[in-house]
Design a protein around this ligand. Structure first.
Ligand code: GLN
Length: 488
């Protein structure tokens, strides 16, 4: 294994012991990018010109005993949805090509304060709409485990970069599963925080009531480290919660001992759970039980409506959020001979991809007079009911377990013809977004052909600590997280 194949916490310990330098780490990442990026296309924009220089600066700080944090100088990647001052931010869309933000997202600012060494901005489904990264205007990303398959989405570039050692860890956003599902498809740990835990300031909005930023990482300790860095109240985001952030680096051992873990009755019918995913999940449940968890069946009666509700609410919010892309304020503008309406229309026609247009139409319809009550209003009611279902369930259990995805990583094109098939992939992830709950996906094993599978755990609001501790116990009892993709 090269240095870029190790978790950050391991590399940090080794540099503190004087065995390796940050420069050597950065060079390993650079060499890996040189070798595999042409094939994988994890990045939209590389920012590696000063990667080694910044690592040198971190080494100098380390020598003076002034290292900013364990992340100082460690090459990381950001989904191209986070605004980065002076660095193009496209959100995977033609309509934002050439947009150079004049400010950093809060997530980026907080990372910078800890010594961020940015390797680049990663590929994604356009405006984070999708589950495969095939909706990127810049071409898809390949799965490092099998280049004929998708890395998941919408944060597929971040997951591929992390899994392939093109960065030591990365950040994504999760509106309906876009951190957890790609983490599962690439055998990484992916964590979606409680809604309000991580500031959305400077995160390009898709569906504002569902979007949360979070890490994809090689192991649970790295996920804890990355999460701790970006969490906390931000007065610039009105939905940011003013709550204390626990010290996620102090994870108690035995995180599953005596814990009641809920198994959702209704999840049996949701989506089509492939037999090999079902079998793997049963094995993982046995591991949880072996670690002292008590498995309890729970019921979430309104879960059957979750996909329907999500695909009304998310497009509704998107249709409103995307109204700002008119060719005047950001990015390219169509050369229009007509009036201002024609200018907007032609810019959008050329600037937005098929899936984004579909969502805008769906959302506009659901919000229009005469249909608003029947669709948007009704969906909001069911969302509230689902939230109540989860609240009741969490009176009986501390955690809920389910597979992250009903299917293993699929082939390119397999689900592009039929949007509904693509939407069904989110069956196990999007309920957490509707309820605002935190969720984690941990490497849960592999199919016979070596395709990664993920185990998902959900916890009550603000209990990322429970998630991380349980995930750590599971990780230590298995060795899936230490396997690396065959990069050829
Ligand atoms: N696949 C879901 C969608 O297309 C979720 C995407 C996300 O979490 N950003 O909306």
């Amino acid at each position: 294994m090269a240095l870029c194949d190790y978790p950050i916490n391991v590399l940090h310990e080794r540099r503190m012991a004087g065995e390796i330098t940050t420069v050597e780490i950065a060079q390993a990442v650079l060499a890996r990018i040189d070798r595999v990026e042409g094939k994988l296309h994890a990045y939209i924009t590389l920012t590696t010109e000063r990667l080694v220089e910044k690592a040198e600066a971190a080494d100098a700080r380390l020598a003076r005993g002034e290292l900013l944090s364990p992340l100082d100088g460690m090459p990381l990647a950001l989904k191209d949805i986070f605004t980065t001052k002076g660095i193009e931010t496209t959100c995977g869309s033609r309509i934002l090509r050439g947009f150079i933000p004049p400010y950093d997202a809060t997530v980026v600012e907080r990372l910078a304060a800890q010594g961020l060494n940015l390797a680049g901005k990663t590929n994604m489904d356009e405006f984070a709409m999708g589950s495969s990264t095939e909706n990127s205007a810049f071409g898809p990303t390949r799965n490092p485990w099998d280049a004929s398959r998708v890395p998941g989405g919408s944060s597929g570039g971040s997951a591929a970069a992390g899994a392939a050692g093109e960065a030591l860890g990365a950040f994504g956003t999760d509106t309906g599963g876009s951190i957890r599902q790609p983490a599962s498809f690439t055998s990484l740990v992916g964590l979606k925080p409680t809604y309000g835990r991580v500031s959305r300031y400077g995160m390009v909005a898709f569906a504002s009531s569902l979007d949360q930023g979070g890490p994809v990482a090689k192991d649970v300790r790295d996920a804890a480290l990355l999460l701790g860095t970006i969490s906390g109240y931000d007065p610039r985001d009105a939905t940011s919660a003013d709550r204390p952030v626990p010290d996620f680096s102090r994870l108690a051992p035995d995180g599953l001992k005596g814990k009641r873990v809920g198994l959702v009755k209704e999840f049996q019918d949701a989506g089509e759970l492939e037999p090999r995913v079902a079998a793997n999940f049963q094995e993982n449940l046995a591991t949880l039980a072996g670690l002292g968890a008590e498995l309890v069946e729970i019921s979430l009666p309104s879960l059957a409506y979750a996909i329907t509700v999500y695909y009304i609410l998310a497009p509704s919010e998107a249709s409103s959020n995307l109204g700002r892309y008119d060719g005047v304020r950001y990015g390219p503008r169509a050369e229009s001979a007509g009036n201002v309406q024609a200018l907007f229309r032609e810019t959008r026609e050329a600037g937005f991809g098929t899936e984004v247009k579909r969502r805008i139409m769906l959302g506009t319809f659901a919000l229009s007079a005469g249909y608003y009550e029947a669709y948007y209003g009704r969906a909001q009611q069911i969302r509230r009911t689902l939230r109540g279902d989860f609240q009741r369930a969490f009176e009986a259990v501390e955690l809920i377990a389910c597979p992250t995805s009903p299917v293993p990583p699929f082939k390119f094109g397999e689900k592009m013809e039929d949007p509904l098939q693509m939407y069904l992939v989110d069956a196990f992830t999007l309920p957490a977004n509707l309820a605002g709950l935190p969720g984690i996906s941990v490497p849960g094993g592999f199919t016979e052909e070596g395709l990664p599978l993920g185990l998902q755990l959900l916890a009550p609001h603000w209990r990322e600590d429970l998630l991380l501790e349980a995930a750590l116990a599971f990780e230590q009892a298995t060795d899936h997280h230490s396997r690396r993709p065959p990069l050829g």
